[in-house]
Design a protein around this ligand. Sequence first.
Ligand SMILES: NC(=O)c1ccc[n+]([C@@H]2O[C@H](COP(=O)([O-])OP(=O)(O)OC[C@H]3O[C@@H](n4cnc5c(N)ncnc54)[C@H](OP(=O)(O)O)[C@@H]3O)[C@@H](O)[C@H]2O)c1
Length: 365
Amino acid sequence: MLTRAKADCLLTVSHVKGQDSFPVCQIVTICFFKIGCCQHSFVMELLTFLWIFILLSLVVGFALFLLYADADLTLLFYHSLNRPRDFRNKVVWITGASSGIGEYLAYALVKSGAKLALSGVNVERLTAVGERCKEISKCRAENILLVPFQINDFEVHDECVEKVLDHFSQIDILVNNAGISQRADFADIDIAVDQQLFNVNVFGTVNLTRKVLRHFLERKKGHVVVTSSTAGKLGAPYSSAYTGSKHALHGYFECLRSEMVEENIDVTMVCPGPVFSNLTDRCVTGKVGEKYGHKQQPTDKKMSTERCCDLMATAIAYKLDECWICIQPILFMYYMAQYCPTVFRKLVVKLIFNRQRVMKMRQGR
Ligand SMILES: NC(=O)c1ccc[n+]([C@@H]2O[C@H](COP(=O)([O-])OP(=O)(O)OC[C@H]3O[C@@H](n4cnc5c(N)ncnc54)[C@H](OP(=O)(O)O)[C@@H]3O)[C@@H](O)[C@H]2O)c1
């Protein structure tokens, strides 16, 4: 490319050499210069166009993300492949299957051919879920096993594992989904409530996983799925015991994942945002035995349980390490907190998170 400086230089050289072919030399030089300029401006225009294109794509991509994304981009990518999820001949044990996310996950998996062991406390509800599974999939009755138990009753865990293995002879996937939630100011929480939350959400899950892990290690394969929460990644205000318990799950199961790299055992952490379920209805407070008792409304801004479990089934099928399933703008907050932690904490939390707004958001209003 010929710049003005180079053109000037050429002219100077031709004069110094005393060439008298000035007009020819000058015309050639000017031609070179013009071609150079043209090339230069062409490249500049191309670059400008490229920049505008990239910028516009980013703006459009961001707008589409804010409008339509209801899960992290990896999960959405796998989900958009729309491939059939094959759980045929897979035995999946789901805890917390008597309502909400566990219930709808059972429906999603049984449709894809899974054999199910379903656990919960409420036997009546659990039986109804089992019957619905049979209805949906037209599977044989023995493909659905009910294993009701209290997850915080650690003594019965061995017996429950035996029951599932006696029936199916194998467990392929353990979905640790049972859990309870909580609403209370940090300062007002009785330590017994923290213990209750940890016994159900963390120690019950961890102890049951250890029991099933022996079987996975013998078979040299297995998949542990854990229903965490947005609260497992961010601090959910006025739910510190719940948030603590969900963060603890990440600690335990990240370790498990790293210990199992040579054992062909996978771990999937599922982090849903607000989803329609009975969770808030029976949410506890800071006082032992007290219920928060918030009734959800059909108009609440929450994800449908079907959609959440459809995405969750994809995450399980592809053995994703971690997935976020969440409506906007909470999904955007997830991304901010993960990738711009300082901006998120110093700006977003301080500017947006006043008590009234947070409560409204958490109640899906
Ligand atoms: N819904 C949401 O917005 C949301 C968001 C993020 C994460 N999550 C997580 O998703 C999981 C499922 O909750 P959900 O929303 O589906 O709520 P849900 O409808 O209340 O379901 C909770 C399930 O856990 C079981 N459970 C509770 N305490 C138990 C105990 N001590 N022993 C054994 N099972 C017990 C319940 O069994 P019984 O009904 O038989 O008592 C029920 O099947 C929880 O881990 C929750 O933290 C939910």
